[in-house]
Design a protein around this ligand. Structure first.
Ligand SMILES: C[S@@+](CC[C@H](N)C(=O)[O-])C[C@H]1O[C@@H](n2cnc3c(N)ncnc32)[C@H](O)[C@@H]1O
Length: 266
């Protein structure tokens, strides 16, 4: 899929998810979202500071835990969705710090801004924009976080160039994402549902490392986690169903997909 077409499909799909018209990539929408968040590393204490409406079970790790955020820091969340990690980051950087969420889907921004207003969180803002062309000045950010988003970009090298540009010297990244252990079967690779579900756009772990390394970031550390598939075999969610049905008998998504944590410094 070319870049423009991919973006249109992703934006439409996540617009529907934001409005509750379509299920989540992992088929875990609704009351199960808390359970899902616990399973990918969020503590009870952390979940208490995140408005429940910001948790759409669209994440694949807990980048904020990794980022060791400090009071007063400026944090940028790429593909902030309904604000899930932004609210957690906002509580960690405190009133003197600031969190900026960037997302290209207007419906997600509406939801995130609504969540911020209702929960009276003042040190967070949400900007409409693409992670390949960040609406931020050079050297303006201490920490870039992102959760299950960069796999959705058709131009990953550009995303990391942009991260490098907006980071202050000495700034750092803490990113959770999906990557591949081996190439996906053709039918999954070409499945629109698998793309939206954060699988078909993922690249091999080694290619991911090369892309991050080429951006100029230093001391890059990539930790591969086994992917705890959150898809209930009985799910009625259309994206989850399509993903399960595209697998050959006896194969599971864990055979191909892992979640990765990527750390690095400018
Ligand atoms: C899987 S969701 C993750 C949302 C959030 N990080 C979370 O953990 O809840 C992906 C989000 O990234 C956004 N997104 C995807 N591609 C993007 C791009 N190229 N630029 C900006 N946002 C993008 C989507 O609109 C969606 O909100």
């Amino acid at each position: 899929m070319d870049n423009k077409k991919t973006k249109k499909i992703v934006r439409e799909a996540y617009g529907k998810i934001a409005q509750g018209q379509e299920g989540c990539g992992c088929g875990t929408c609704g009351p199960e979202t808390i359970k899902f968040a616990r399973s990918i590393g969020y503590s009870e204490k952390e979940l208490k500071v995140i408005p429940p409406e910001a948790n759409l079970a669209l994440s694949c790790g807990n980048p904020t835990a990794l980022a060791s955020l400090r009071k007063g820091e400026v944090v940028l969340d790429l593909g902030s969705g309904a604000g899930f990690d932004c609210f957690l980051a906002a509580s960690k950087v405190g009133a003197k710090g600031r969190v900026i969420g960037v997302d290209m889907t207007p419906e997600m921004l509406d939801k995130a801004r609504d969540n911020a207003q209702k929960s009276k969180v003042r040190n967070v803002e949400f900007r409409l924009g693409e992670i390949e062309n960040l609406p931020l000045a050079d050297k303006s950010v201490d920490v870039v976080i992102s959760n299950c988003v960069i796999n959705l970009s058709a131009d990953k090298p550009r995303v990391f160039q942009e991260i490098y540009r907006v980071l202050k010297p000495g700034g750092r990244i803490a990113i959770s994402d999906m990557a591949l252990l081996k190439a996906l079967p053709k039918n999954i690779r070409e499945s629109v549902e698998a793309y939206i579900g954060c699988v078909a756009g993922a690249v091999l772990v080694d290619d991911y490392k090369k892309i991050v390394g080429a951006s100029g970031l230093k001391k890059v550390k990539t930790t591969v986690q086994s992917y705890s598939s959150c898809i209930d075999p009985e799910t009625k969610d259309p994206i989850g169903r399509a993903l399960l049905e595209s697998l050959a008998p006896g194969k599971s998504l864990q055979d191909y997909v892992v979640s990765v944590y990527v750390e690095g410094y400018k």
